[in-house]
Write a protein that binds this ligand. Sequence first.
Ligand SMILES: *Cc1c(COP(=O)(O)O)cnc(C)c1O
Length: 360
Amino acid sequence: MPETHVGDASSLRPTENKLLFASDNYAGICPEALAALVEANAGNAPAYGDDDWTRRVSDRLRDLFACDCDVYFVFNGTAANSLALASLCQSYHSVVCHDLAHVETDECGGPEFFSNGSKLLPASGENGKLNPAALLDVITRRSDIHYPKPRVVTLTQATEVGTVYRPAEIAAIAELAHRHGLRVHMDGARFANALVSLGVAPADISWRAGVDVLCFGGTKMGLPVGEAVVFFDRSLSEDFAWRCKQAGQLASKMRFLSAPWLGILDGDVWKQHAAHANAMAQRLAQGLRDIPGAQLLFPVEANGVFASLPPEVLEGLRARGWRFYTFIGAGGARFMCSWDTPLESVERLLNDLRDLSRKR
Ligand SMILES: *Cc1c(COP(=O)(O)O)cnc(C)c1O
């Protein structure tokens, strides 16, 4: 863990904290983001994004992606996805997504609402991933005027079940999509975790693989709030600022959304945090493999571990105070790791799991 500059995050999350694995957005603000936030609070600055921090972060993201992209900051992932998709669609269009996609299962119809009715068309695919065959099936199913015209395919990186698309997998889907006149959107709420898992450059799993628009998650990386919407094809971002404003997503004190990004982009802190979260998930997965009755449901490739466990073990964990979800993705228990998950907590969880499975 890096040195703490402001506040002591470890004191917020003692190792006996039983909330640690509920979600990566249960975590606090990482110290580097908090320091940048405090620094941006010194004095007055122009509002609505016309400030130095917002300019600097946008430039840093252009460097990071090695692309002259267009960057916007919004408050959360639902807004980022909904507004990005709305900018790619007319109301009579449709968006192909995986049936476990956050846009389909967890955004309360936001994408449909902000696009004035563009329909989501779910497709299946192993391990939370869309594949070219499933995509082709959905987009060629109908071409008549009575069916909403497929216009976008959206991918989640890392996926809702903790797996990761390889660059070639993204490229194959994007190539097919573009050939059929569809645009490619990526929900990158956990883009950082996917990136460090693959050990590639940001461009390799975004524009170079054919992604047109990326919603780059900040919140789950350790920021207080906010996601960046990155348009690699600038022609698609026309009037996007107005769309954000109308949706109530233009922060007047924009510097407090943007400055924390500087804190984690400096020195690649964001990658260190993501790598830590992934490593904790690996340790947890490794421990689970030795627990009788436990079964990993998906390859563990990012910061989430999905396991099927006997009902009495799940009950026992809950009785001991552990919080985790069992309704996300395809069922089973989900354990999420984040930038501040202590190794000792992973060991504690595993000890409880071992103990409970022995008592069965
Ligand atoms: C967390 C998450 C989001 C963003 O959700 P908000 O609560 O709207 O910030 C988007 N997509 C995925 C896959 C997520 O896990």
